[in-house]
Design a protein around this ligand. Structure first.
Ligand code: PEP
Ligand code: MN
Length: 344
């Protein structure tokens, strides 16, 4: 159960509620978010406690939550969350498109990718500066120099920047450059990292772990939210199955399911889902048709020379073509998709 406190409730009122919860046999956990002060309570008799707690000064409402994840659940908040990213938002009417290379490789390639995706209507630029590679011998990313290049490309194009953080110690650094912090599949259950991104205010894009159940994924989101940051965007990026013809298997059903279970926006990443650029367009369309709030797509000016994930990267021309196909589908879904650059 969750006790939602009035944002202007006093310390004394909060303390009174905590004391009452203890008397009623609950253990409680205070969460001070930017928009809400809530007290998570477990263990006691919910039915008996609810009415009594709602009478206490400073209490806005008491919400019984059956799911193990609380703040991110639909039970907790009926309406879908819209995550603000500066003047843009994710989860609203407009489909969010995040596009760009797997990794930041150089000024020239990033700017070329950024300008191309901006021209086709993307509003967010992706690019890893810290790369979580399966092999320690693969390109590991340009680190802070990569972050500087991303910020420079933002200046040039107006695109917002989405980039991955892989280490709790780097959260402050990455947050000082990025508009959205990405938690990759391999780190979905890196609880120290989740708590650290939860303690800062930039929105967090949380990818599903390649072997994570939907519940584990939502519990990971709960770690971030319970640390104080509920600006979370989920991203389905394919899960590991017995199939070997694709890099991962896009779990399309996760999209409508997670949207029923949680109020958080959900994106689909057709690039890492498939590992094959020829499958990116159909999977992107499938993701949108399943109700995704946006897409994350790898685009490289010259996929054959990409330092990582070239085989799944679209050329700017293919990306442009895909945006044309997505637009009427977005409309059919009651959404919109921008197809031109904000500034040319
Ligand atoms: C990425 O988006 O750069 C990435 C590494 O993806 P994932 O964490 O989904 O494998
Ligand atoms: Mn990649």
């Amino acid at each position: 159960m969750i006790v939602v406190m009035d944002l202007h409730s006093t310390e004394e009122q909060i303390k009174k509620v905590e004391e009452r919860l203890e008397e009623l046999g609950f253990s409680s956990h205070l969460i001070r978010g930017v928009e809400k002060i809530v007290i998570g309570a477990v263990g006691g008799n919910r039915e008996a406690a609810r009415e009594r707690l709602e009478l206490l000064p400073g209490v806005e409402k008491v919400v019984p939550v059956m799911a193990p994840y609380k703040i991110v659940s639909r039970e907790y908040q009926e309406h879908g969350s819209i995550v603000k990213v500066g003047e843009l938002s994710i989860g609203g009417e407009e489909i969010a498109v995040i596009a760009g290379p797997c990794a930041v490789e150089s000024r020239e390639t990033l700017l070329s990718a950024a300008q191309a995706v901006a021209r086709s209507g993307a509003r967010f630029l992706r690019g890893g500066a810290f790369k979580p590679r399966t092999s320690p011998y693969s390109f590991q990313g340009m680190r802070e120099e990569g972050l500087e290049i991303l910020a420079w490309a933002r200046e040039k194009t107006g695109l917002k920047i989405v980039t991955e953080v892989i280490n709790p110690q780097d959260v402050e650094l990455v947050a000082s450059y990025a508009d959205i912090l990405q938690i990759g599949a391999r780190n979905m259950q890196n609880f120290a990292l989740l708590k650290e991104v939860g303690r800062q205010e930039k929105p967090v894009l949380l990818k599903r772990g390649m072997s994570a159940t939907i519940e584990e994924w939502l519990m990971a989101a709960e770690y971030i939210a319970s640390s104080g940051n509920s600006n979370i965007i989920l991203c389905e990026r394919g899960i590991r199955t017995f199939e070997t013809y694709t890099r991962n298997t896009l779990d399309v059903s996760a999209v409508p399911l997670v949207k029923q279970l949680s109020h958080l926006p959900v994106l689909v990443d057709p690039s890492h889902s498939s590992g094959n650029w020829k499958l990116v367009a159909p999977l992107a369309l499938a993701g949108l048709a399943a109700g995704a709030d946006g897409l994350m797509i790898e685009v490289h000016p010259n996929p054959a020379s990409a330092l990582s994930d070239g085989p799944q990267s679209l050329t700017p021309a293919h990306f442009h073509e895909l945006m044309q196909k997505l637009a009427p589908l977005a409309q059919l879904m009651g959404r919109s998709l921008r197809q031109e650059a904000l500034v040319s």
